[in-house]
Design a binder for this molecule. Structure first.
Ligand SMILES: C[S@@+](CC[C@H](N)C(=O)[O-])C[C@H]1O[C@@H](n2cnc3c(N)ncnc32)[C@H](O)[C@@H]1O
Length: 174
C-alpha cells in the first residue's frame, strides 16, 4: 500500500535473498518502474527468479551481485544519480545500516522514502544485554545506535512502525 501511495519509478533494494520483498515491490511499482536490487549471493535470488518471471516483472529488476556499499559509492561518483531515486528498501547486514543511510540520504530525492527492516531485532532492542542470545548481540548494538541516530537525524521525518520485526520508515525532508 505504501508503495502504491509513493508510486516510485526508480527504487533500490539492498538485501534480496530469494526475492520475496523484491517481488512485492516489483508488483507494486508502476509498469515503467525499475528496481536496482543488490545482494552478495545470486544463488538465493535464482531460487525465487522463476516466480518473478511468472509474475511478469523480471524486466523491472536490475540485479547486481555485490556487496552493497561499493555499488552505492559507485552510483555516487556520478552526480546525475544524486536525488534520483524515489524509494529504497534496506534489509541486508544490520551493521551497515548507518553506512547505507548516509549514502541513501544522497541518492534518494527530497520527499523520497527509505524503509529499513528489522528495527526491533526480535524485540531484543528493549532487552538487557545479558538476556540477548550471543549471535544477535552485534546486530542488536547496531540497531541501538541506528535507531538513536535516526531519531535525531534532521534530514528526515521518521517513524518506527512496530509490526512484524519493526520497520523504520524515513522520508527525506532536506
Ligand atoms: C534478510 S535477507 C533479505 C530478505 C528479503 N529482503 C526479503 O524480505 O525477502 C538479507 C540478505 O542480505 C544479503 N546481504 C547481507 N550482507 C550484504 C551486503 N553487505 N551487501 C549486499 N547484500 C548483503 C544476504 O545475502 C541476504 O540475502
Amino acid at each position: 500500500m505504501l508503495l502504491k501511495l509513493i508510486n516510485p519509478k526508480k527504487t533500490i533494494e539492498i538485501g534480496v535473498f530469494t526475492g520475496y520483498s523484491l517481488l512485492l515491490t516489483a508488483l507494486a511499482i508502476p509498469d515503467d518502474g525499475k528496481i536496482l536490487a543488490i545482494d552478495v549471493d545470486r544463488k538465493t535470488y535464482e531460487i525465487g527468479l522463476p516466480f518473478i518471471k511468472k509474475a511478469g516483472v523480471e524486466l523491472k529488476i536490475d540485479y547486481i551481485e555485490s556487496q552493497a556499499l561499493p555499488v552505492l559509492d559507485k552510483l555516487l561518483e556520478d552526480q546525475k544519480n544524486e536525488g534520483s531515486f524515489e524509494f529504497a528498501f534496506v534489509d541486508a547486514d544490520k551493521v551497515n545500516y548507518l553506512n547505507y543511510h548516509e549514502r541513501l540520504m544522497k541518492l534518494v530525492k527530497v520527499g523520497g522514502v527509505v524503509i529499513y527492516d528489522n528495527a526491533l531485532w526480535g524485540g531484543t532492542v528493549t532487552w538487557p544485554e545479558e538476556e540477548v542470545p550471543e549471535d544477535m548481540r552485534e546486530s542488536r548494538l547496531s540497531f541501538l545506535e541506528f535507531n538513536k541516530s535516526i531519531a535525531v537525524d534532521p534530514r528526515i521525518d521518521s517513524s518506527l512502525a512496530a509490526f512484524g520485526d519493526g520497520i523504520t520508515i524515513c522520508r527525506r525532508i532536506c
